[in-house]
Design a protein around this ligand. Structure first.
Ligand code: UDP
Ligand code: MG
Length: 342
C-alpha cells in the first residue's frame, strides 16, 4: 500500500477509452487544482480501456507526482472504477468526476468551500441544454416515475460529479453490495447535501459509451436496486388480471347458457393466451431481476480487480471492496494514531 499520508483533496476519475480527452483533462486539472490547494492527488482509474489510455496514464503519473493511476484488470464499468478510486483516495475531501470534461473542473472551486461546515456532500446538477430532445424527455419521465417508485430521492441532472467529505466516503465504502447504482447509493447514505447548478457541457473529444439500451438497463437497475415495490406491483397486476378474467369467464359462461355455444371463440382464446403469456413473462422477469441480484450478492465477488497501479508493481493490491474499506479504516487509524502521538 501507499503510505497513508493524508492529503487535503483527492480527485477520482474513471477513464474508459479516453485517450482523446486525457491530455486536455490533465492540463486543465493541473491548472485548476493548483489554485484550490497544494495538497492534492488525482487518481485516474483505467477501466480496462482498449485504446492507449493506460499508456497515457503511465506517462502522466511518471511525469507528475500528484497524478496516480490504477488499472482494473478488465472493463468493470464506471461504478466499479469509481469505487476503486475511492478506496485508494487519501484526501480528506474527495471529488469524483468524468474524464471527458463534461464535469467542468473549475466548478470544484465553487463546490469545495461548501463542504466545510454543515455539508458532507456537494453535488453538481447540470441543466440539459445541449442534450438530444429525446434523451431529455426520457430522463424527465424516468425521474418522475423513479421518485414514485424508490424510497431515496433522485434528481434529474444530478450525476456522479460531486465532492464528499471523509465521512461520506467511508459510508460509501462500507456499503458492500455488488449491484451498485451509485446515484441511489449517494442519496441513500444521506448526510446534508448541497447542490451547485451548472450549464450542460458537451463532450469535447471521444464518444460517449452510453447507448439507449444501456440507459434502459440503467433505469431498471435504479428501480430494482432500491426496493421491492415491483414485486408488490406484480401481485397487484396479477390480482387485477385475475378479477378481469373471472368477470369475463362469468360472462362467457352465462352467454353460453343463454344462447348456446354457437361459435367457438378463436380470437378470444388467442388474445387471452398471448395476453396472459405476456403478463406472466413480465412478472417472471421482475422476479428474475431480484433473483439474479441475490445470486450476484451471494457470490461476494470483488467489485473490481487491479492489474497495475502507479504504486509500483509489488505494491499493487488486488482489491475487493470490503477489503478496501477495511484497509482504509486501518489507514485512518494509523494516521490518527500518528497525529495523536505527534
Ligand atoms: N466510464 C468508465 N467505464 C465504462 C464507461 C465509462 O470508467 O465502462 C467513464 C468514462 O471514461 C467517463 C465517465 O465514465 O469518464 C462517463 O462516461 P461517458 O462520458 O461515456 O458517459 P456520459 O457522460 O455520456 O453519461
Ligand atoms: Mg460524458
Amino acid at each position: 500500500m501507499v503510505a497513508p499520508t493524508r492529503l487535503d483533496l483527492s480527485v477520482v476519475i474513471p477513464c474508459y477509452n479516453e485517450e482523446d480527452s486525457l491530455p486536455r483533462l490533465v492540463e486543465v486539472l493541473e491548472a485548476e487544482l493548483g489554485e484550490i490547494t497544494d495538497s492534492y492527488e488525482v487518481i485516474l482509474v483505467d477501466d480496462g480501456s482498449r485504446d492507449s489510455t493506460l499508456a497515457l496514464l503511465r506517462e502522466v503519473a511518471a511525469t507528475r507526482p500528484r497524478f496516480r493511476y490504477l488499472a482494473l484488470s478488465r472493463n468493470f464499468g464506471k461504478e466499479s472504477a469509481m469505487l476503486a478510486g475511492l478506496s485508494q483516495a487519501r484526501g480528506d475531501r474527495v471529488a469524483i468526476m468524468d474524464a471527458d470534461l463534461q464535469h467542468p473542473p473549475h466548478l470544484l472551486a465553487q463546490m469545495l468551500p461548501l463542504l466545510d461546515g454543515e455539508y458532507s456532500q456537494v453535488v453538481a446538477r447540470r441543466t440539459r441544454t445541449n442534450d438530444p430532445a429525446v434523451r431529455t424527455w426520457l430522463s424527465r419521465i424516468y425521474y418522475k416515475l423513479m421518485n414514485r417508485l424508490v424510497d431515496v430521492e433522485l434528481q434529474d441532472g444530478v450525476g456522479d460529479f460531486r465532492v464528499l467529505d471523509r465521512m461520506a466516503v467511508r459510508a460509501l465504502l462500507a456499503l458492500g453490495e455488488t449491484n451498485r447504482f451509485s446515484k441511489g447509493l449517494f442519496a441513500w447514505i444521506g448526510f446534508p447535501t448541497a447542490v451547485v447548478d451548472y450549464e450542460n457541457v458537451s463532450r469535447e473529444a471521444g464518444a460517449t459509451k452510453w447507448r439507449l439500451r444501456d440507459l434502459f438497463n440503467y433505469g431498471i437497475d435504479g428501480v430494482v436496486s432500491f426496493n421491492y415495490r415491483p414485486l408488490r406491483m406484480s401481485i397487484w397486476l396479477g390480482l387485477l388480471v385475475t378479477v378481469v378474467a373471472a368477470g369475463y369467464a362469468a360472462w362467457v359462461l352465462l352467454d353460453a347458457v343463454w344462447h348456446g355455444n354457437a361459435v367457438p371463440g378463436y380470437v378470444t382464446t388467442i388474445c387471452v393466451v398471448t395476453g396472459f403469456g405476456g403478463v406472466q413473462l413480465i412478472i417472471l422477469g421482475v422476479i428474475g431481476e431480484y433473483l439474479g441480484r441475490i445470486y450476484a450478492e451471494t457470490k461476494r465477488r470483488p467489485l473490481f480487480l487491479l492489474k497495475e497501479s502507479s504504486n509500483g508493481p509489488d505494491d499493487t493490491p488486488v482489491t475487493a471492496v470490503l477489503g478496501a474499506a477495511h484497509e482504509l479504516e486501518q489507514q485512518d487509524l494509523a494516521a490518527h494514531g500518528r497525529s495523536g502521538q505527534a
